[in-house]
Design a protein around this ligand. Structure first.
Ligand code: NAP
Length: 283
């Protein structure tokens, strides 16, 4: 499918993505679709910024009047020290994925928790935070998911990571009803859970598979995978084969972008099947 952008004027609003590298990112395609859909005089551009240039790049981008930027690897944590204001959610997660530039000042927030929870609500509307949740991983993605699930009120979050010390650090930083479980016990930890989320990179194209028998997972549980390449991971396939609801990682990526688009360009855009197909396509 095609979407046509309108020509920019001298008043165009400009936002972008800083990271190193950024060439693989789907965000320019995603925001480009919404800009065209809403006929907005604006642009969203990939901005490759090496770590040693981060501070200079931020000063330049704010001085040039950009509306803001998304932040990806490897800058999500290091940007915090360079911002004038870091909101509560970014501070709790310990990373920012969104910067808002206003009057030369830089504000930081994080919409990954929001994106995870909005996608969960859309894809599994019957889920409620009444049973324990199991979370695999303790990296940046896991920190956002943990904040989202704890704020939703899960009674227990079983946190399981290959490096146990990193899981313990996450639990200490974020607080709340987190039980750290050994990586070797990941399968039996599924007993009685209402939700399982994979926020490791296992199962992603080019990475080792996630080895996790689902026999102990209740049939009513919802299974979320943050990995979206491939879209249908082996974990989601196995979960769906057992009759469980599977929630893919693409939806989280799309939903986390909604509040970014709204703050930089105005409208609250919609996440639709057409958008999903457009973002996944390569033409
Ligand atoms: N859908 C979305 O919008 C979205 C958002 C954020 C992230 N993600 C995805 O989530 C995944 C994690 O991203 P991240 O930013 O959290 O990465 P990260 O900070 O680098 O964390 C990677 C995680 O994977 C674990 N891991 C890596 N290799 C492993 C192995 N061989 N065995 C066991 N565990 C292993 C790490 O465990 P150790 O601590 O032991 O190294 C860590 O928990 C990626 O696939 C990313 O694309 C998706």
């Amino acid at each position: 499918m095609t979407v046509s952008a309108r020509p920019l004027t001298g008043k165009a609003r400009v936002a972008g993505l800083i990271g190193w590298p950024v060439s693989h990112s789907r965000s320019p395609r995603l925001h480009g679709y919404w800009l065209a859909e809403h006929g907005i005089d604006g642009a969203y551009v990939p901005l490759p910024v090496q770590p040693e240039n981060l501070e200079r790049a931020l000063r330049g981008l704010t001085a040039a009047g950009l509306a803001g930027v998304n932040v990806t690897i490897p800058h999500k944590q290091s940007v915090l020290a360079l911002c004038d204001k870091v909101d509560d959610v970014a501070r709790r997660i310990g990373a920012a994925n969104v910067l808002i530039f206003e009057d030369g000042r830089i504000g930081a927030t994080n919409t990954d928790s929001y994106g995870f929870m909005e996608n969960l609500k859309a894809a599994a509307p019957a889920w409620s935070a009444t049973a324990p949740a199991v979370l695999l991983g303790a990296g940046g993605g896991a920190r956002a998911v943990a904040v989202g699930l704890l704020d939703a009120g899960v009674p227990e979050l079983r946190l399981i990571n290959r490096s146990r010390a990193r899981a313990e650090q996450l639990a200490a930083d974020i607080g709340g009803p987190i039980t750290v479980v050994a990586w070797e016990e990941r399968s039996t930890a599924l007993a009685g859970a209402g939700l399982l989320a994979n926020s490791t990179s296992l199962g992603m194209s080019g990475q080792p598979p996630l080895e996790l028998p689902l026999d102990d997972l209740p049939g009513t549980a919802v299974v979320c995978d943050l990995v979206y390449s491939p879209l249908e991971t082996a974990l989601l396939k196995a979960a769906r084969a057992r009759g469980a609801v599977g929630v893919d990682g693409l939806g989280m990526l799309l939903h986390q972008a909604r509040p970014c688009f709204a703050v930089w360009f105005g409208p609250d855009p919609a996440v639709t099947d057409t958008l999903r197909r457009f973002v996944l396509a390569d033409d």
